[in-house]
Design a protein around this ligand. Structure first.
Ligand SMILES: Cc1cc2nc3c(=O)[nH]c(=O)nc-3n(C[C@H](O)[C@H](O)[C@H](O)COP(=O)(O)O)c2cc1C
Length: 406
């Protein structure tokens, strides 16, 4: 049912046979994670897994889900469970989308192209990051599925206008503005491994490139690493990759305000999500400037440490939004039951970041597809077990915060 969108011809990666072997006996996202971590050299592993400061928010994103119980209701006819939903103007087969993640070529040479193809194959939405390793146009060329482009506001405001018109011309369905990066988060794992901007790898990191030959060979023979959406704008055309990356990350504008966001919404004039909302106040601001959706996100625990776990922040934000915008949530979602808990607390849909990057690392497009297959099967089964025939039936009666035993 959800594979209604046929993959474009030639969308299978060149090593299409092998990935299946690597994915054999992968039952869940944690299996996929373990395999991915066994492939990645230290700098990439910690860039993927790490969070800010003491990683409290990173941990809480996961732990907070365990504080909620799902309450099933039985003897409901669940012979046919409809997992579809509509969000940001797009009908999706499951209430789950692929969040924007920068620099995906660090995980697999096919990078965002593989992710976009897998998302299109499943009919779900992929969000391309401003700091993606493929262009706005090349992602659009391989995907006939729903697509969103994520903007960071850069110092050169002309760039935002350019991105908006390129996204429109390439047929993107929605735009998303990430608001939680006025400055970069303090990711100490990256400092330790040398995965900083510009990179300064340590001897231990260099050794890990040798002990992870599958990743190293793939990268050696794959396309050159770049951030092509933005790097064409670096003034010095002879700058090294490290210098170009340093230049790009200096362009993040810490003086951005809601006025800039409002201007962008007017410029885009279509479905628009504000990503990184953690307070009812910001949710209200987003609605006041005309956002279609509010994304409750703490950037996967990578920005302000000790900010709340997203599932804990959700109910209050849903109440503040009061039906005037869609609420989408990400952070720590690893199981179908996590998605259902979010929906029971009022979210319209969820997004995943690391889970699909694990799949990408292990087996490119087939790996991302596997992550989506896992979620699809889990969401379907969990809805049936909960006694829900469609996503609209999931509600407050299906969830409760576990009483503190004492
Ligand atoms: C490696 C990595 C890169 C990311 N890059 C971006 C980005 O470029 N833009 C953005 O808005 N969020 C970015 N995020 C945050 C994700 O969009 C998402 O909010 C987060 O990954 C959700 O948490 P999860 O990884 O636990 O699913 C990134 C996350 C990761 C793990």
């Amino acid at each position: 049912m959800w594979k209604h969108l046929k993959p474009l011809p030639g969308t299978r990666p060149p090593d299409a046979g092998q990935p299946m072997m690597r994915l054999a006996r992968v039952c869940n996202i944690d299996d996929l994670r373990k395999r991915a971590l066994s492939v990645l050299p230290d700098p990439m592993l910690h860039y993927l897994e790490g969070g800010a400061d003491d990683e409290q928010t990173l941990r809480r994103n996961r732990e907070a889900f365990a504080a909620f119980d799902l309450i099933p209701h039985f003897l409901v006819d669940v012979a046919n469970v409809d997992t579809t939903t509509e969000v940001l103007g797009q009908k999706l087969p499951i209430p789950l989308m692929l969040a924007p993640t920068g620099m995906s070529r660090l995980f697999h040479p096919q990078a965002e192209l593989a992710v976009a193809r897998a998302a299109a194959e499943h009919g779900t939405m992929f969000c391309l990051s401003t700091v993606g390793s493929e262009t706005i146009e090349s992602v659009a060329a391989v995907s006939n599925g729903p697509k969103m482009f994520q903007i960071y506001v850069l110092g050169d405001h002309g760039l935002n206008t350019e991105f908006i018109s390129r996204a429109r011309e390439s047929g993107y369905d929605a735009l998303c503005l990430t608001i939680d990066v006025p400055v970069g988060g303090n990711r100490e794992r990256d400092v330790r491994t040398g995965m900083a901007i510009p990179p300064k790898f340590t001897w231990r990191s260099n050794l890990s490139f040798v002990t992870r030959p599958r990743w190293s060979l793939r990268q050696l023979f794959g396309p050159r690493f770049d951030l092509p959406i933005v790097s064409g704008h670096v003034p010095d055309k002879n700058a090294s990759l490290a210098e170009r990356m340093a230049y790009i990350f200096r362009q993040f504008d810490p003086s951005v305000t809601w006025k800039d966001a409002e201007r962008m919404i007017a410029e885009w004039n279509g479905p628009f999500a504000v990503k990184g909302v953690l307070s009812p106040d910001d949710a209200r601001q987003a609605i006041d400037i005309g956002a279609t959706a509010v994304m409750v996100s703490n950037h996967g625990g990578r920005q302000l440490d000790t900010s709340p776990a997203t599932i804990d922040a959700l109910a209050e934000i849903v109440a503040a939004v009061d039906g005037q915008a869609e609420v989408i949530v990400d952070g720590g979602i690893r199981r179908g039951t996590d998605v259902i808990k979010a929906l029971a607390l009022g979210a319209k849909a969820c997004m995943i970041g690391r889970p699909y990057l694990y799949g990408l690392t292990v087996a490119g497009q087939a790996g991302v597809s596997k992550a989506l297959d896992i979620f699809t099967a889990e969401i379907y089964r969990d809805m049936a077990l909960l006694g829900c025939r469609n996503v609209n039936e999931i509600g407050p009666r299906h969830i409760r915060r576990r009483p503190v035993s004492g």
